[in-house]
Design a protein around this ligand. Structure first.
Ligand code: CP
Length: 313
């Protein structure tokens, strides 16, 4: 990774070479995770704060585990347990955390740009764990690694991303990452959930669900993000299910026999994905979760490298 890189804020900022280095380093981290004692002293002396102002199962816990596996000291702060509830600003909260000699702040926030705002004002490294509808770079990196492990390449793969593209930070980061690594992306969903920002990312748009299933290596499904929708984008969830839910029957009828199914989670069973598909042999959903720990170990290590090298001089 660029040796001067202090923060990891988005896939947009990363070069193809940096993405490659994060994935290669994560492969070494997987070796640690396969040992009987899954722990290395790599980040001893490094302190990390996980500031999660939105709910999270996968991202928060895989960062927490990555920190433990590499022997970092870590603390967790959520909106409901912080003094933000008493009127403290995000910046004051972050500066107080940083004052306790914290080296890395991992932040999830509903406001797009919140991690960038902190990164410009703190000496600590900042990692974006999801900012509103903007970016979710660590999710995209773990998805790229999952794809690389399955296909031994990313270039030229045909990927369909299906669902609520408009409100999805996962889609935005993944499209950027897939484009950088040379994959071919098609997005699919109801027209109201396909955003204006599609063109610059060189993605094809297909509104017909059955058509988009054909000839793809990967079908990447997204849930409807009701919490980010301030207006009604769909006539009803029932209509959505009828047109866009991936059933086992449609998978068998339209998709390639060797297709794989991915989803960042949380999944809404029976809405965007039928249970039988989520739990099928086609599904890489839990592989994505497993890979997430190694990717987060890689990112924390690479961002700490300057400091670690300083300790050892
Ligand atoms: N994929 C993802 O970001 O899941 P969580 O919201 O559970 O972290």
């Amino acid at each position: 990774m660029n040796p001067n890189r202090k923060d990891l804020l988005g896939i947009q900022d990363l070069s193809k070479e940096e993405i490659g280095e994060i994935l290669t380093t994560a492969e070494s981290m997987e070796e640690i995770l396969k040992r009987p004692i899954k722990k290395a002293p790599t980040l001893r002396g490094i302190t990390i704060a996980n500031l999660f102002f939105e709910p999270s199962t996968r991202t928060l816990n895989s960062f927490a585990l990555a920190e433990k596996r590499l022997s970092a000291d870590s603390i967790n702060l959520s909106a409901s347990s912080s003094s933000v509830l008493k009127g403290e600003t995000l910046l004051d909260t972050a500066k107080n955390i940083e004052a306790m000699e914290v080296d890395i702040i991992v932040i999830r926030h509903s406001t797009p740009g919140a991690p960038h705002f902190l990164a410009n004002r703190l000496d600590a490294s900042v990692v974006n764990a999801g900012d509103g509808c903007h970016e979710h770079p660590t999710q995209a990196l773990l998805d790229l690694m999952t794809i690389k492990k399955k296909f031994s390449k990313i270039k030229d793969l045909e990927v369909a991303i299906i669902g609520d593209i408009k409100h999805s930070r996962v889609a935005r980061s993944l499209i950027l990452g897939l484009n950088k690594m040379g994959a071919k992306v098609t997005v699919c969903g109801p027209p109201t959930l396909i955003p204006q920002w599609m063109d610059p990312f060189e993605s094809k748009v297909e509104y017909n669900f059955e058509e988009v299933l054909k000839g793809k290596n990967i079908l990447y499904l997204l849930r409807i993000q009701k919490e980010r929708q301030k207006e009604s984008f769909l006539p009803s969830i029932r209509e959505y299910i009828k047109s866009y839910c991936l059933t086992y029957e449609k998978l068998k009828k339209f998709a390639s026999p060797d297709v794989v199914i991915m989803h960042p989670g949380p999944i809404n069973r029976g809405v965007e994905i039928e249970s039988r598909v989520a739990d099928s042999e086609y599904s890489l959903i839990l592989n994505q979760v497993i890979t997430g720990v190694a990717i987060r170990m890689s990112i924390l290590y690479l961002l700490s490298k300057r400091k670690i090298d300083g300790f050892n001089d």
